[in-house]
Design a protein around this ligand. Sequence first.
Ligand SMILES: [Cu+2]
Length: 254
Amino acid sequence: MSRRSITNRRRWRRRLRGPAVVAAAGTVLAACKLPTFGAYTGNTVQGNATFHLWQGFFVASIFVGGITFALLIYAIIRFRRRGDAIPKQVHGNTPLEIFYTAVPILIVAVLFFFTVRVENKVDAVAKKPALRVDVTAFQWGWKFVYPSYHVTEITQGPTGYPTLVLPVGETSTFRLVSNDVVHGFDLPNFDFSRYALPGVVNYFDFTPQHDASFVGRCSHLCGLYHADMLFYVKVVSASQFMTWIHQQQGRASA
Ligand SMILES: [Cu+2]
């Protein structure tokens, strides 16, 4: 084999090494389960989409941060002051400048694309939801109304907080309003928060994935007893949900 073809092969091997490392890292990342990076897993189809977006952002930031720190440390060591001699003076590097303008734009474009995709999923409201719930925030409590079943759940803390009961695996559409000032309908376990604004109606969907209980709260300082604006969310099976509805209807008519 000629010396030229061996040199060419070496050059190609060197060129392919970078993409191969990236592909291998991607495969390893895809195969192993990513950590939660401090976020809740979402517990709803919508919340889960937000959670995966958070994981993607975190991995991207580790990647970008890692490269930035590596370059910084390299520059600090490689170009440290070694004497009083004036170092080589350079001015401008067009390919490098194009590179460090294009790459951040590309990163932002990719993050923007995935953010819009997830936001559309989280903001989508089903045309025919299994359940409708009207949520009213007020100083200082929550009212949950199930209009199709004529059930109202309202209590004020701290003696008892209202419970929002939802069927698992079904899509429920919420209509959120405020009776007085600005409140925040905040459900950390669902990776969800939305303002409750006077005069504005907000619609959103939850499709809970597991039957479990969670705590929600008001996330916007709304007055003296803001801290008492807690509520429970209880996700139950469809049959348990109907049992609860019948209990509530019985209690209302008694
Ligand atoms: Cu409030």
